[in-house]
Write a protein that binds this ligand. Structure first.
Ligand code: UD1
Ligand code: CA
Length: 484
């Protein structure tokens, strides 16, 4: 393979998106449109990438530089047409040889392997240009491939085409492989005498034919690969296609997905074989799920790691780590910095932030754990609050190993509870608890007889109390035989 340069055209606007964000920066499957294209280009083995930016380049340029720092940036100040854009790239990178592939920055479904196949076909035949074409039922808007007795004769744009040419269903995907020397030489020869008064890159094809050079079209099996997103409806449609592709790939790799239609997996997610994903689950960003874990139903996990055999149900998590064999949910909220150890548990209606919960430790019910470490084997009672914020600063709570805390406890940070210690129910723990000690702070229960009769006089509460007292019921009445 000769040196491969890929030019990515990303200078155009995206007015139909009706957005302050440039079209190429809109995301599907956790990556921008241009991010998907750059991934395919890298996969195809490009030795050099030139991105042409213009419209909103103050946003597009740094975005491309972040994804692919080695990309050469070419600036096209006015969008005078695809040939003009390519000329900016050829000049910026001094392209004069090798193979040059022109692609667009808004075709997120393009596969690296399709680019590779195009380049291989192009180079094997030694042509001046090879068009990646496709057959579509509704070719409206696309450039049509003109084929004559001698093969491909040129490309005619929609606006310049005759009715007869408009009936042609073989279209230019926009992606074209060129011989670099031919491309550099032909660009200055392209004019703008056409319906749009633009410099059309597609005119290069007829010029090559006129020069007696080889050109042909390489037909793409899956035309959706060349589809761009021009508005939000197309963005969603491409997002759905890409998601189907990703979900199908994981199923082929041994992941069980009960309902592909309601399962959304970003491009950078990693799954092991024998993971099970139940309906309504979104796996976002750099999420990684290990073997035999079961996720869902109804989970949203972002940049989260789930260990071998863990179970996560109806959970929202971000930048969290769930250890092997651990249990999370239902209705759990794991905020950044949550680390749950092996076989640990974060149960229903529990929120955890920036805290490490040790191996086998459990926070089973209705609690808030913030800025804490909980040692292995400890059990935190229902309704516990880690009061980490004094209104100005956040403080840490450290709970030792095998601590048993009662329900309704408030740990007021900073505070430390030693290994093997315990706390009574409703305790307010402000001071450190030594290892093995029991800390109690809830007061004695006091009884104020007949309180409801005076303080709640005239209410159903007072009436119920009065009836029970009159009947001489000791504490609570047994249901009467007649059911009254
Ligand atoms: C182009 C092709 C057409 C093909 C279609 C596929 C030409 C003349 N026509 O038409 O044959 O079927 O794509 O989608 O090439 N761009 C720039 N600078 C410019 C103009 C365009 O960077 O001055 C970029 C745009 O951002 C876009 C791409 O090039 O990503 C295509 O431009 P667009 O104007 O949409 O071309 P089409 O009319 O769709
Ligand atoms: Ca277009």
């Amino acid at each position: 393979m000769s040196e491969l340069t890929v030019i990515v055209l990303a200078a155009g606007g995206g007015t139909r998106m009706k957005s302050k964000t440039p079209k190429m920066l809109h995301q599907i499957a956790g990556r921008s449109l241009v991010g998907h294209v750059l991934a395919a280009v890298s996969e195809a083995g490009a030795s050099r990438v030139v991105a042409v930016v213009g419209h909103q380049r103050e946003l597009v340029e740094p975005h491309i530089a972040e994804i692919l720092p080695e990309a050469v940036i070419a600036v096209q100040n006015e969008q005078l047409g695809t040939a003009h854009a390519v000329r900016m790239a050829v000049e910026a990178a001094s392209v004069s040889a090798g193979t040059v592939v022109v692609t667009y920055g808004d075709t997120p479904l393009l596969r690296g392997e399709s680019l590779r196949a195009l380049v291989a076909d192009h180079e094997a035949a030694g042509r001046a240009a090879t068009i990646l074409s496709g057959i579509v039922p509704e070719p409206f808007g696309y450039g049509r491939i003109l084929r004559g007795d001698g093969g491909v004769a040129g490309i005619i744009e929609e606006k310049d085409a005759t009715d007869e040419q408009r009936a042609i269903t073989e279209i230019n995907s926009g992606i074209i492989a060129f011989d670099g020397a031919f491309l550099a030489g032909v660009l200055p020869r392209i004019g703008n005498d056409n319906a749009k008064k633009e410099f059309y890159l597609t005119d290069a094809i007829a010029l090559a034919v006129a020069d007696g050079l080889g050109v042909d079209a390489y037909v793409l099996d899956d035309v959706s690969e060349a589809e761009g997103a021009n508005d939000r409806a197309q963005l969603a449609a491409l997002g759905k296609i890409l998601n189907d592709r990703i979900v199908t790939r994981w199923m082929k790799d041994g992941v069980t997905v009960m309902d592909p239609a309601t399962t959304w997996i970003d491009a950078d997610v990693e799954l092991s074989p024998d993971v099970t994903i139940l309906p309504g689950t979104q796996l976002i960003g750099a999420t990684r799920i290990d073997e035999d874990a079961v996720i869902g139903p109804d989970c949203t996990l972002k940049d989260t790691e789930v260990g071998h055999g863990a179970r996560v149900v109806r959970t929202q998590a971000e930048l969290a780590v769930v250890g092997p064999g651990a249990n999370v949910g239902p209705f759990s909220y794991l905020r950044p910095g949550t680390v749950l150890g092996d076989e640990g548990k974060i149960g229903g209606f529990v929120e955890v932030k920036n805290s490490t919960i040790g191996a086998g430790a459990k926070v089973p019910h209705l609690s808030y754990v913030g800025d804490a470490t909980i040692g292995e084997g400890s059990n935190i009672g229902a309704g516990t609050i880690f009061a980490n914020y004094d209104g100005v600063n956040k403080h840490k709570t450290r709970i030792g190993r095998h601590v048993k805390s009662g329900s309704g406890v408030t740990f007021v940070a900073p505070v430390v509870v030693g290994d093997g210690a315990a706390t009574g129910g409703e305790a307010l723990i402000r001071d450190d608890v030594p290892p093995g000690a029991l800390a109690v702070s809830a007061g004695q229960q006091r009884i104020i007889e007949g309180w409801a009769l005076t303080k709640r006089a005239g209410t159903p509460q007072a009436a119920a109390a009065e009836e029970a007292l009159e009947a001489g019921v000791p504490i609570i009445g047994e249901p009467s035989a007649t059911g009254e």
